[in-house]
Design a protein around this ligand. Sequence first.
Ligand code: RNT
Ligand code: ZN
Length: 422
Amino acid sequence: MMNNTTIEKTYALAKEQYAAWGVDTEAALASLRQVPISIQCWQGDDVGGFENPEAGLSGGILATGNYPGRARTADELRSDAVKALSLIPGRHRFSIHAIYLEPGPKRVERDQIETKHFSRWIDWAAELGIGLDFNSTFFSHAKAADGFTLCHRDEGIRKFWIDHGIACRKIGADIGRRLNNPCIHNIWIPDGMKDLTVDRKGPRQRLIQSLDEIMAAPVDRKLNRDSVECKLFGIGSETYVPGSHEFYLGYAVKNKMLLTLDAGHFHPTETLTDKISACLGFVDELLLHVSRGVRWDSDHVVILSDDLKAIAEELVRGDYLDRVHVGLDFFDASINRLAAWTIGVRAMLKALLAALLEPTPRLRAAEDAGDYTARLAMLEEIKTLPLGAVWDHYCRTMDVPVGMGWMDEVKQYESDVLVKRR
Ligand code: RNT
Ligand code: ZN
């Protein structure tokens, strides 16, 4: 492994190289330090939650793999997360789902959940000094087994899920108040049809009605902000999903809500890149679910891909970092789960760093002058600037392992803690 002197020597050279492009690496790092990533709790336990340890995941999403060490309790999940956070530079957020409640000895139904069932999560976040985000859980439940929740034709079932949504907004507001940091509450429902659908209108009308009821009570946006997440299709809802992109974009604009864009929720060749500035013309804020679909919405671990870099570039070039909440959404059960978290969040941060290190004014000047030759030439040249040297320096100064150093710690934790969870 590189020693500190080498890291700093390499950084000093990199700093000069960036300076030659008019880029201030220190300023880029200062900006990076300000960006919190909302880390999804569900990577730690394959989206199981603690409502009912026997129940499996449903709702058109699927975690595959059986790598040892899945967190079985909220305490295990929290200590795994703390370990992962210690390997990731910066101060981030944690995103929990309603099924990660700690109800005590008696089962609490989803329409009955209260802030007290999440008090240990809130205390934990307060102690770490991090923000907490919330997700209502409309899947993995008997009342969602036929594939419908907020769109259900049965009034009783629909009411149950509306009450769940209302309960979650209250919890979100309590989280925001307690942590003095607004909670972003995300709504995703699995509703849809496997095959040829005759009535596309009815479920959408019911969804509008349900969301209107959930959103009826005003909630202070300093405490809680609600976001709706669209999807193209899921397993078992291949043909029709009422909560489509057009539907939620319209709903969010009309009702001044946030819109969630999940990288896996569009056609396979469709990326988030071009959606960010388009949607931000009409909604105040976005929540991203940065994910990596492989052939379908497979929620693979996020890596430093061209797609990821392009998302980060849009956020930086458009000066959108204060209007876009960067959340992650992946869950791979086939590799070490702490490593999955660490790889994904570090990749997101590297992508943001690369974007912050871009000589954007020069690129823009070429574009504005109509010199598309220079624009393309520069975009190619800057690809090989020494991003890694700046990243290593950042990790070192932020007191987290440099390079593969973090993997040694994951391996140690695996043998000390994870393999004992059989
Ligand atoms: C499902 C959505 C949703 C979930 C999480 C667990 O397709 O992406 O965001 O992945 O809420
Ligand atoms: Zn998502």
